[in-house]
Design a protein around this ligand. Sequence first.
Ligand code: AMP
Length: 449
Amino acid sequence: MQPHISPLLPSFSSLELAEPLLAAVRRLGYEQPTPVQQKAIPLALAYKDLLVSAETGSGKTAAFLLPTLHHLLTLPSKKFGTRALILTPTRELAQQVFKQCQQLLELTELQVGLITGGDDFRLQQNMLRRNTACVVATPGRLLELMEQETPDFSHLEVLVLDEADRMLDMGFSEDVLKIANSCNGQRQTLLFSATLTHFGVIKMADKLLANHETVALNTLHDGHRNIQQQIIVADDNGHKQKLLAWLLLNETYDKALIFTNSRVQADALQGPLRGQKLRVGVLHGEMEQKDRNRIMALYRDGVINVLVATDLAARGLDIKGINLVINFDVPRNGINYIHRIGRTGRVDELGLTVALVKSTEWNLMSGIERFLKQKFIHRTIKELEGKYKGPKKIKASGKAAGIKKKVEPKKSAVEKVKVRHRDQKNIGKRRAPSTVVPKGESVPNPDNG
Ligand code: AMP
C-alpha cells in the first residue's frame, strides 16, 4: 500500500538522518516523508518517548526505524547486547519490519535479527549471542528465549512497540510488560498504535513511557469498547457537588475515581463527600510522597473506595476495580480525557464515565467530542435537574428537538427583484459580526482560560 504524501511536506534530507539511511531511502524511491514520519522522526531523534497513532500504510515502520537506526549508526556502542528491540504482534508483521530494516541498513555494517515462533530456536539463540544490534521479535518466542537467558537487554537503547493495540488485543499485554521490564530503564520507548483511544494502550503508555509526546494522526473515533461515556450538564460547582454525591450514592461500583483540574478543587470536595458518609481520599501532586503512598494503599486495599485526584497524581495509576470515573471538571484537552477514562474499563471489565459540564465548559467538552469523533450520551438526573440544559442551538435545532422547520411563504417575482437590488447596494458594506464558527474551530470562551 502506498502512503499518502502531501506536496507540502519537506524532503528527507531536512530530517538530518545519517547519510547511509538517506541513501537507502533514495534507493527505495521514497521522495518525501509521510505525515507520520514528518512528525515522529524529529521527536524520536531528540530522544523523546513517543505515543503515536498510525496505521499500516501510513509509513509508520520507517517512522520508527529511521530514527532508531540513526541512533545506532551515529552513536557506536562498545557495550555487549542488543541495542534496539522492536516488538510486533504477528510473525508476518515482524518479517515485514525485518525486511524494511535490512533494506535501510544495506549500506552499513549494522546487523538486524528476526525472532519469531515457528523458526529455529537455536539459530535465534546464536543470532542473539553474536551481539546483533537490532532485533525484531514477536513477544511469545522472545520470552521463551529469555527463559533460557539468551537475550541481554540491559544496555538496550530503543524499545519499539509496533501495533501495540493489536498486541494487547491478542493477549500479549503481560508478555510485553515482562519484556519491557527486563530492558534498560534508561532506554527510549516508541509506542505505535492504530488508535490512541484503546484503554490498554493508554495504560501501557503510562507504565512504559516517561513524559512522552503524543503524535496523533488519525482514527481517534473508534471509541472505548467497554466504557460507557456520559455527560450531565450542571448549573455551577454547587450543583456539580450534588450531582457527584448522587452518583456516588446511587451508581454501582467497586471503586470510583473523581478528577478535578486543580488541587484546591480536589481538597474542597473531600469534606462534603465525607459528610455523605462516603469513604473518600484525595490525591494530588502537592502532597508529600509518603501521604500519597498511604492514600494509594488505602484505595488499593478498598479501605477507601472514592478517590478525588488531579491529573498529575493520577498518571501511572494502575488499580483494579475502578469502574466509575467522574470528571468533576472537564479535562483541558482530548488526550487528558483519554488518559482519565482509561483508568476504568480494563480488558474484562465494564466501566462508566460521567463528565459534569457547566455552561463555561461546554465548548471544551464538544471540542473533546470532536477530537475523539464521538458523541457521548446525555443524561439527566430527575431530582437534580438544573436550569442549564446545554447551548440553545442544540435545544432548538432541527429534528432531534422535534421542531418542524418554519416554511417561508414563497416570494413573488417583484419581491425577488427588490431583494436582489438591495443585495447589490450592500456589496462592500460590512455585515454585523457573524456567530458562525469555521469548521473545526470553537468559539473562544473567556472562562476556558
Ligand atoms: P507501513 O505503513 O510502514 O506499513 O508502510 C507502507 C508502505 O509505504 C511500505 O511499502 C513502505 O515501504 C512505503 N513507504 C514508507 N515510507 C514511504 C515514503 N516516505 N515514501 C514512499 N513510500 C513509503
